[in-house]
Design a protein around this ligand. Structure first.
Ligand SMILES: O=C(O)CCC(=O)C(=O)O
Ligand SMILES: [Fe+2]
Length: 296
């Protein structure tokens, strides 16, 4: 169906398949993620644990005045009078990512055990956690994650966790299926590093340009509290526009084998993060110039 995606309506299928039937078979999971680029797991987390974290996050947002007065806390209705733009969410905001109930989900037994079993060894997550409180009108640009976090192992996985149900009008994550096999894009854009190369970070402003030029198709699904979607560093994704009146609360967190090298920007008590990219006075190469340089 046609869904709002960046600045246009785009044909997006809503049939991402889940991998619940192969959960206890690491080889099948590896084959699946190599082929599809993602693993959708319904109900990985205990719904009550996710909703406890949701409540604690919403209490913080309410205290900041982000919730519409007179509405139920757990509905997470955005206060349209709130002065700050919500498009960037509150990524990495310590007050939120240190909440015990939040950590209990993103570093909890279900997800850590999943990765241990999937990777075949002790797993760890980046200490930095991206938590997004995406208000009406927001949506994320089209990118591979590798350009933001590729200084350690490439056997690194992102996990997108909704803290509450996410319907299609709340701007769920959207994947370009097939983009894990865009060889020339992987060999160019996919080898870059935003802090070294000072590129925009995203790959395109136009979801249709990508499928016209490289193939693939866009796909999403609806999510319930407890679901997660895990994906590779080389699967192109974005999020749809949140056209609802609600705040979409989701986290994206990263997992790898504890024994493998890790991207130092995202580790420690106070991860240094993007120390150059988009910092004050940073000169960013235009998307057009980067695309020309890459020949894609
Ligand atoms: O949630 C979003 O808007 C974007 C998510 C994303 O880019 C990610 O999970 O890596
Ligand atoms: Fe991403």
């Amino acid at each position: 169906m046609k869904l709002p995606f960046l600045h246009q309506e785009v044909e997006v299928s809503t049939d991402l398949r889940d991998s619940n039937d192969i959960l206890d078979d690491p080889d099948a999971l590896k084959e699946r993620i190599a082929a599809d680029g993602y693993l959708l797991i319904r109900g990985l987390h205990d719904k009550a644990a996710v909703l406890t974290a949701r409540r604690q996050i919403l209490e913080k947002l309410a205290a900041k005045g982000m919730l519409a007065p007179g509405t139920a806390l757990m509905d997470g209705i955005f206060n349209s009078e709130y002065p700050e733009p919500t498009s960037t969410g509150s990524m990495g905001n310590k007050a939120l990512t240190q909440l015990p109930a939040f950590k209990a989900v993103v570093e909890g037994t279900p997800v850590m055990d999943f990765f241990k079993h999937f990777l075949g060894g002790e797993a760890r997550s980046f200490d930095f956690k991206w938590l997004r409180t995406a208000g009406p009108g927001s949506g994320s640009p089209i990118h591979y994650d590798i350009v933001f976090m590729g200084r350690g192992t490439q056997a690194l996985y992102s996990c997108w966790t909704p803290f509450g149900d996410v319907s299609l009008d709340m701007g769920p994550i959207v994947f370009c299926l097939g983009s894990n096999r865009f060889d020339k894009v992987r060999a160019t854009y996919g080898q870059s590093d935003v802090d070294r190369d000072m590129i925009e970070g995203h790959f395109s402003d136009d979801p249709l340009e990508i499928i016209d030029k490289f193939g693939g198709h866009w796909a999403t699904t609806t999510f319930s509290a407890g679901d997660v979607i895990i994906f590779s560093m080389f699967l192109m994704h974005a999020s749809l526009v949140n056209t609802s009146d609600k705040i979409r609360i989701t986290a994206d967190t990263r997992y790898q084998l504890a024994s493998e090298p890790i991207d130092e920007r995202w580790v420690g008590e106070k991860p240094k993060g993007h120390y150059a990219w988009k910092q004050q006075d940073a000169e960013i190469e235009s998307l057009e110039a980067s695309r020309q340089r890459w020949g894609v």
